[in-house]
Design a protein around this ligand. Structure first.
Ligand code: FAD
Ligand code: SF4
Length: 789
């Protein structure tokens, strides 16, 4: 929590807050911004840092009330605490001695301009500041601006203070009077546009600071994207300052209105819910809840070595109890699931209901307890599959969970989202006999759920503390599994997470109808119980650097920062309102609960939605759109269904829920109405050619074959790239293909104390591969640190 230590009202709608945020105060420079979330229901709002006091550990924010979120923030008082403040984000202003610099601040834009004015003056420039507002009330920070300027010109639209006229009138007066070498302009988009038109006429280079819509502020969603010099840039990581002569301000003005209607509704909802900040998230239903008596009867004292010994008497007895032929004749048990029509109306109810104890025990009988369990070769974390299944067969569910947890930090998660059909189940002996694989994933989920619901969750054994501090960057599955293994080995582990929630994609990406948040939370609580510390709102590389972590005594660092940067297709019209990345869409809905009226983050509930892509992210997006009430949801994929990388179950569920599959189609252009809202997409029809580098048949356009469909929302799910913030912040770190981090077989980078794993090493991959990397890195780091001493 970030305490407000002082509050000043500048005008009816403009306030200054001084907020305790010592790490940000220390790291910030002119031009940086923070993302602020007022309370649990609040949206993530970007605000430029107007100043800081390193001794007091505070930053200053100047806020104008424009919507529900800024109204909530401005309604807070001294002593109140803001829930989340993350930063400093963005690139710092480039400061040098230009000569004479003209700084134009419009309205509340004077606040972010102030640190730039101060830095320019300190660099030896002659600084002329023009500060403007509609009326005298809206002229802010005049004294502070005067202190660092050689001259200050005040402009008001109504002439109530200073000179009458808009900001450009004051600027042009200076430009005509003397030579100006450089301009900076910050204020409303329309003001910056006219400042740039003016300075372009006089050929004066001009930098502007763009205040676009953002969600995460670290490059993860792409909501802030804008065309600069004909190329799409992310304001949060490439900016916020750009060459103003290159910025497409018309596009920026249109994109600024993307959620106007929803924001109005949110403002009304905020007024209604002013005091109600409680979450209304639904809890998932229990699937296998045992009675406490049943669970207590289970003996969980048998050593793991005995439970996993294929020659243990219980295993031999089980094998003898039924012939292999009888086992293979049992049909694979179907996962009970919610009715498709009903479930397409509920976003938080899990689709799969889980096996009952009886179903699980029957399914477990299908496993032949092979002497050479090929299924294990398909598991990246080497779960002892036959051992946990045989414990389910004999009704020892808690022991089955113990076996799972000895190698997997997140069994309830893996049981739900791992592509088992491509991993363990693809290697099951039943397939070689033309049967269906044992439902390993469903059994894993059963055992993990049973244990959780029994209230008798076991914690792994933890070695005595060795006093060595280890840092983990990112709290996705790779970071969590690494943290778990290191904590078990006695290390003092702290996980640093950029977002306000722990869990990475498990929380912000995968929807609750597939993976309830409460299940991820239990796994995180278990890590806390074994001593793992979590620090949220901390962007390593921005809030704190890797060298600062080393100075603070962290002897090993694991980077699990994921591949959160969304790819776009770079086709005409992709920046129209209503076209967004799947990361933005899913983050709004999952992390920010945007479709819940009590939450401030807006989301457009569209009627005709197109989702581009064929992976899990595309399936999650289209099924979410259906749940938000869309009438027509299309999956547009350039290859055929056979090549779709999504889990088979997700494709099946999407079809049952009424998603329309347009395979062998590819978007080539969007059309929009006069307000810039997307209305249509042109699709190129495709056919399959020869296999490409990925081994899949490559999609080829059929000349002249196109189709146009009406849409009011497009969600682009065509892959992700590694997030560059951590890799680019570590001097000398060797990078791999497409800006991934290069590692050896022990997940060690070229800097011996830094290890990495998961999507930051592989590009977008899977939960289980990320977890496998975390485990491998933990083992290799322990070996390295032991050798070092
Ligand atoms: P992530 O889960 O991406 O976590 C990285 C974390 O690091 C994030 O929380 C991020 O905020 C944080 N971070 C980034 N930079 C910093 C920084 N500078 N400082 C601090 N923290 C930072 N896989 C499956 O196996 N099955 C599925 O069904 C499946 N469905 C998916 C659905 C969606 C919508 C998406 C997006 C992915 C899906 N995946 C699925 C892929 C899977 O989720 C990822 O491969 C996996 O989460 C990668 O784990 P990770 O630990 O590498 O990173
Ligand atoms: Fe059981 Fe199939 Fe693994 Fe054999 S391969 S041990 S049958 S899950």
């Amino acid at each position: 929590m970030y305490k407000i230590v002082s509050k000043t009202q500048f005008s009816e709608k403009v306030y200054q807050l001084e907020v305790e945020a010592p790490l940000i105060a220390k790291a910030r420079k002119a031009g940086h911004f923070v993302i602020v979330r007022t309370n649990q229901c609040g949206e993530r709002v970007p605000l430029t840092i107007a100043g800081s006091n390193v001794e007091k550990g505070t930053i200053t924010l100047v806020i104008q009330t424009v919507g529900a979120s800024t109204s909530q923030l401005c309604a807070m008082n001294v002593g109140d605490s803001i829930m989340d403040v993350v930063g400093p984000l963005g690139k710092a202003t480039h400061i040098e001695n230009y000569g004479t610099v003209l700084c134009a601040g419009g309205g509340v834009g004077t606040a972010p301009m102030l640190p730039i004015i101060q830095a320019l003056k300190a660099a030896g420039n002659r600084v002329i500041s023009v500060i403007a507002g509609r009326t005298k009330d809206l002229i802010i920070l005049e004294d502070e601006v005067r202190k660092s300027s050689d001259e200050v010109i005040i402009m008001t639209d109504d002439g109530s203070y200073g000179k009458q006229g808009v900001v450009t009138v004051g600027m042009e007066e200076v430009i005509q009077r003397e030579k100006v070498d450089k301009c900076f302009a910050i204020g409303p988009a329309i003001m910056m546009k006219f400042c740039c038109l003016l300075t372009k006429k006089y050929e004066i280079p001009t930098d502007v600071s763009l205040n676009t819509i953002m969600v995460d502020g670290t490059g993860m969603c792409g909501a802030c994207r804008i065309s600069v010099g004909g190329k799409t840039k992310f304001v949060c990581v490439d900016g916020p300052e750009f060459d103003g002569h290159q910025v497409d301000f018309n596009e920026m003005l249109q994109r600024g209105g993307a959620f106007k209607a929803e924001e109005l509704t949110d403002m009304e909802a905020y007024e209604k819910h002013l005091t109600d900040t409680a979450s209304t998230k639904a809890a998932p239903e229990a699937s296998a809840a045992p009675t406490p008596e049943e669970a207590k009867k289970m003996d969980t004292t048998t050593p793991l070595a005995e439970l996993t010994d294929r020659n243990a008497p219980y295993r031999e007895e089980l094998r003898k109890s039924m012939k292999a032929k009888e086992r293979t004749q049992i049909a694979r048990c179907q996962m009970p699931e919610l009715d498709a029509e009903y479930r397409a109306t509920t976003r938080t109810e899990e689709v799969n209901k889980g096996l009952t104890a009886e179903q699980a025990m029957t399914e477990a009988k299908r496993c032949l307890d092979c002497a050479n369990p090929t299924c294990m070769q398909g598991c990246p974390v080497s779960v002892n599959i036959p051992s946990f299944i045989k414990n389910i067969e004999r009704g020892e569910f808690l022991n089955a969970a113990r076996i799972l947890k000895s190698t997997s930090a997140l069994p309830a998660v893996c049981g739900r989202v791992c592509p088992q059909e491509k991993q363990c189940e693809s290697q099951c002996i039943h397939l070689k006999m033309n049967g269906n694989a044992v439902a390993i994933g469903n059994l894993e989920r059963f055992a993990a759920d049973y244990e959780r619901e029994s209230g008798m969750m076991s914690l792994p054994e933890v070695a005595p503390a060795n006093g060595k501090k280890i840092a983990v960057i990112g709290s996705g599955p790779s970071g969590l599994s690494f943290a778990g293994d290191m904590a078990k080995a006695g290390y003092d582990v702290t996980v640093f997470e950029a977002l306000h929630e722990i869990g990475g994609v498990l929380k912000y990406g995968i929807p609750e109808f597939r993976l309830p948040n409460s299940i991820v939370d239990v796994e995180i609580q278990n890590l806390e119980k074994i001593g793992v510390h979590f620090v949220k709102n901390c962007v390593v590389g921005k809030t704190i650097s890797v060298s600062q972590l080393e100075e603070e005594g962290y002897e090993g660092i694991f980077v699990g920062s994921g591949a959160g940067l969304p790819n776009f297709m770079n086709i005409p019209g992709e920046n129209f309102n209503g076209v967004m990345s799947s990361n933005e869409y899913l983050t709004r809905v999952n992390l920010m609960d945007a479709s819940n009226p009590a939450f401030a983050t807006p989301i457009k509930k569209a009627t005709n939605v197109m989702v581009v892509g064929g992976g899990n992210t595309a399936m999650d997006s289209c099924r979410t759109a259906k749940r938000l009430g869309a009438e027509n949801v299309y999956i547009v994929y350039r290859r055929s269904e056979t090549e779709m990388p999504a889990r088979l179950e997700e494709v099946k569920h999407a079809k049952e829920e009424g998603i329309q599959f347009l395979t062998l189609h590819n978007p080539i252009e969007y059309h929009a109405d006069e307000k810039g809202n997307v209305t249509e997409v042109v699709l190129q029809k495709m056919e399959l050619g020869e296999p490409d580098a990925s081994g899949r048949r490559s999609p080829q356009p059929i000349p002249g074959a196109t189709e146009t469909i009406a849409i009011d929302q497009a969600i682009v799910a065509v892959g992700v790239s590694p997030n560059p913030i951590v890799p680019t912040s570590i001097d000398g770190l060797e990078l791999g293909r497409k800006n991934t981090i290069a590692v050896n077989e022990g997940m060690q980078t070229n800097i011996p104390t830094i290890f990495a794993g998961g999507d930051i090493v592989r590009g977008g991959a899977t939960v289980i591969l990320a977890m496998g990397d975390g485990r491998k890195a933990a083992a290799a780091m322990q070996e390295y640190l032991n050798e070092k001493k």
